[in-house]
Design a protein around this ligand. Structure first.
Ligand SMILES: [Ca+2]
Ligand SMILES: [Ca+2]
Length: 85
């Protein structure tokens, strides 16, 4: 969640201003491909150095998988009767 905050906080002052909030939502909801690509990159580039390090990628994927795995297990359990046919 911190990295999403950083993507909104364009001037890195530790706060998301109204202008940053509106601009971030606008890019997220209506931006073109290039704008969305930069926004997603900024989410992964947590230290803002212009590169995605192994640690940055690992932390984001780890956090994503922690949220996805319980749902994947529930889905697998719910479709399990069809898998055994
Ligand atoms: Ca800011
Ligand atoms: Ca980085």
């Amino acid at each position: 969640m911190f990295s999403v905050f950083k993507a909104f906080d364009q001037d890195n002052d530790g706060y998301v201003s109204l202008e940053e909030w509106v601009k971030g939502l606008s890019v997220f909801l209506r931006g073109d491909f290039e704008e969305k690509k930069k926004f997603c990159f900024d989410v992964f580039d947590t230290n803002g150095d212009g590169f995605i390090s192994r640690d940055e990628m690992f932390m984001l994927l780890k956090n994503s998988l922690v949220r996805v795995i319980p749902y994947a297990i529930i889905i697998l359990i719910s479709i399990q009767p069809w898998l055994t046919v």
